[in-house]
Design a protein around this ligand. Structure first.
Ligand code: XUL
Length: 527
């Protein structure tokens, strides 16, 4: 019999399912349900509920529950062999929180298959909506918690990250301060990931160390709730959080609701869910220290695997638990494609191909010319207001400016990932701009590391399915190796490898020092 594993991904805009046939190393099913289109009665826009305050971004936990019903119905209709699925795990958009009252545990344990999920669960929430990662209404609470924990460095050392508006602790604090009665009625707080896992398992699920690290509430070294952080956040919070667990922990067999309604295997194990970024680390095959993925999208993201926990004293990067063991980092640079486009358009360059040609007509190192492309306020380094700064760079020189923006982005990644003390030995590049060879060449040369291209779509759901396989083996008493679990599922695009050119690398080893000095100067100018 085939070994089938199901990975679900409850993301901002959709719920997706990926089924893998483990022995055949194949994805055999892949489907997404878009919240706005499939469930228009919640009136979300891109998965977010309308709100007059642009800083407030909430979604509906009941919508996520309804989506689970709808997606299982689709899978059944599509003839997925649900009775053969051995284990299920999942991925959730990080940081979002769900507030449950004291009816939740009983309702979950008694899900009635004659009714819909919505009918079963409509009265279990102490807060009808869930703040999600796009919310930025908690600046005050971030400052309050950070101060109580002793500042940026201390907060990052303790929880893996400085306080951020979207992180769950500041969100909980805001709820506690603004709606004290509803907070008092809250018996349990879940993350999106642990909420969805709770529905599948029919009981309150633990939070894994990957997603738990995105809360500013977990001791990142010991992987336990941090008493001081809990106290700095809200009253009695220790009574409202579920236990933390390893990412491969089995919660129990799937709720009979899914067996009776959709024909799931009654012995199917539900595994703890994790956040989408930790799941993507597995779905991209970043299972050992030194493996890094760089996604060149609207913002550029640097994901790396790290064996031992180190934190960023400037509090710019994040450390989460990796579901493959150890840790992962996520460093997000806001001025990604939009900045690249701004430079391309400023010089009236028609295509990315022509942009690449322009870049290639300036030499590696750009004769020392440096651009700091903060077209928007930047996350890494922290820059509060936009500013463009040029050093030894002629604004009129199109080729030099095209090369300068890419070199700046790559040198910034090199510089601001140094706190990890892990030099990458293999970079998987993904996202729109990773199709550009000239860009990847600079990446390889600046990072002094080979670069391979990889397709990222569905990496979180695939990672969840691979985690289900891994967790199922662990639960069956085996000691699965991650290399074997991901083999054949997370291969880079064939023949896409670019190796660093030693001459260029030598130039960048020097230039990055100048870049760092320019950055310090520009930060002063920008302050
Ligand atoms: C990570 C973050 C986002 C969400 C997106 O810190 O906020 O990547 O996880 O779903």
């Amino acid at each position: 019999m085939a070994k089938l594993f199901l990975g679900l991904d409850s993301s901002t805009q959709s719920l997706s399912a990926v089924v893998i046939d483990y022995d055949r190393r194949k994805v055999v099913y892949d489907k997404s349900l878009n919240f706005d289109r499939a469930l228009p009665h919640y009136q979300t826009q891109n998965g977010v509920l309308p709100n007059p305050n642009p800083l407030v971004k909430h979604s509906s936990p009941l919508m996520w529950a309804e989506a689970l019903d709808s997606l299982f119905a689709e899978m059944k209709k599509d003839g997925v062999a649900l009775g053969e699925v051995l284990a299920i795990s999942g991925s959730g958009q990080q940081h979002g929180s769900v507030y449950l009252n004291n009816r939740a545990a009983t309702a979950l344990a008694n899900l009635n298959p004659q009714k819909t999920m919505v009918e079963n669960l409509h009265s279990i929430f102490s807060r009808p909506t869930s703040p999600i990662w796009m919310d930025s209404s908690t600046a005050v609470e971030c400052a309050e918690i950070r101060e109580k924990l002793g500042g940026i460095k201390a907060t990052a050392q303790r929880t893996g990250s400085d306080t951020f508006e979207r992180f769950t602790g500041p969100q909980i604090r805001r709820f506690y301060k603004t709606e004290p009665e509803a907070y008092a009625q809250t018996a349990g707080i879940a993350l999106v990931s642990s909420f969805m896992a709770s529905l599948l398992a029919g009981k309150i699920a633990p939070i894994d160390h990957g997603d738990g690290a995105g809360m500013n509430l977990m001791d990142i070294q010991k992987k336990v709730w941090d008493t001081d952080a809990l106290k700095a956040t809200a009253l009695d919070l220790n009574k409202k959080l579920p236990p933390l667990a390893e990412s491969w922990k089995a919660i129990g067999t799937v709720s009979p609701y899914f067996v009776k309604k959709f024909g799931l295997n009654p012995d199917a194990q539900t595994l703890v869910w994790s956040g989408d970024n930790p799941c993507s680390v597995v779905g991209l095959g970043l299972i050992r220290e030194g493996m890094v993925a760089i996604s060149l999208g609207t913002s550029d993201t640097y994901f790396g695997s790290m064996k031992n926990c180190r934190t960023d004293e400037h509090g710019e990067g994040h450390v989460f638990g990796s579901p493959a063991g150890g840790y992962m980092t996520l460093i997000c640079f806001k001025n990604g494609s939009l900045a690249r486009e701004k430079v391309r358009d400023a010089y009236e360059i028609k295509s990315w191909q022509d942009f690449g040609k322009a870049m290639n007509s300036a030499p590696p190192g750009n004769n020392g010319g440096i651009l700091l492309p903060w077209f928007e306020a930047e996350i890494v380094p922290r820059v509060n207001k936009p500013g463009i700064h040029r050093f030894d760079l002629d604004e009129k020189d199109a080729a030099a400016n095209c090369r300068a923006i890419i070199e700046a982005q790559m040198m910034s990644m090199r510089l601001h990932s140094q706190w990890m003390k892990v030099a990458p030995d293999c970079i998987y590049a993904t996202g729109g701009a990773s199709n550009d060879l000239a860009v990847l060449r600079v990446m390889a040369d600046v990072m002094n590391c080979r670069v391979l291209r990889i397709e990222i779509s569905k990496s979180a759901a695939l990672g969840a399915a691979l985690r289900a396989a891994h967790g199922w083996f662990v639960h069956s008493g085996e000691k699965p190796k991650w290399e074997e679990i991901v083999a054949g599922f997370t291969e880079p695009i064939p023949d896409s490898e670019i190796r660093p050119n030693p001459d260029a690398t030598r130039i960048y080893d020097k230039l990055v020092e100048k870049y760092a000095a320019c950055e310090r100067k520009a930060l002063q100018l920008n302050a």
